[in-house]
Write a protein that binds this ligand. Sequence first.
Ligand code: ZN
Length: 137
Amino acid sequence: MPPLGEQSASPAVPFVQRRPRRSSVRHGQASCADYGCTRPECRRAASRARRRRDQDRLRGLSARVAPQAAARWAGRLREQGMSAQDIADRAGLSVTLVRRLLRTPAPSLTARDIARTTADAVLGIPSPPAAPPPPPA
Ligand SMILES: [Zn+2]
């Protein structure tokens, strides 16, 4: 049992997602603002993403989508050298979710749908940069 009064003594926790330690989310990405960043470009990106989700909902698009496209892209990123953790950091998703996605069988009719926001986050990760060119002779 913690001593009485410990709870009230803890500082107020702001209602923001905690940025993962190895996060490579950059300024200007919607998930940067989700982590509490208040730069204008990050807030703009977040409100753009929010607006797009609202529009999707208004158009009657399902909030959940088949996982295959995102699973394929996650697999490609891993072939290009990114780990599940790298992908999770870039997408602002949990590594557990990314690992589950990576295990999605390719042409599966039984795979459970995933949140559209999850698919969008994975599909929005650019390919890792190609290996640097060899130095000039
Ligand atoms: Zn930012």
